[in-house]
Design a protein around this ligand. Structure first.
Ligand SMILES: [Zn+2]
Length: 114
């Protein structure tokens, strides 16, 4: 096995993260008219992210990790839930999978006040 230094590894992760961005923007471009093509881009992006342990952060909210659909208005239903704490529930209308995300941004804004 070839030894990779820490700096080199970090660089690789940065490059991988950029590739994920490129693939996701391609997926976005094709999501409406060529969903199968978009799905392939999402799948590739997800594989790269996993392989290089790229943190997806907000990018996680743009596609389904189960069926790799790049969400558009027609393939996603967003719902708000307040129990046990405020959450946004994303339901993929292609495979039915649900994802829960906390209200991070709102919390941060409130925290600023105190
Ligand atoms: Zn799905």
């Amino acid at each position: 096995m070839v030894r990779i230094g820490k700096r080199e590894k970090e660089h690789q992760r940065k490059v991988a993260s950029e590739r994920v961005d490129v693939l996701l923007s391609l997926a976005e471009k094709f999501a409406k008219d060529r969903p199968e093509r978009a799905r392939r881009y999402v799948e590739l992006a997800w594989e790269i992210a996993k392989k290089h342990r790229v943190r997806l952060g907000k990018r996680k909210r743009r596609f389904c990790r189960k069926c790799f659909t790049y969400w558009t208005a027609g393939t996603l239903r967003v719902r708000l839930v307040h129990n046990p704490y405020p959450m946004v529930v994303y339901r993929c209308l292609v495979c039915g999978e649900e994802y829960r995300f906390p209200y991070v941004r709102e919390k941060k804004m409130r925290a600023k006040k105190s």
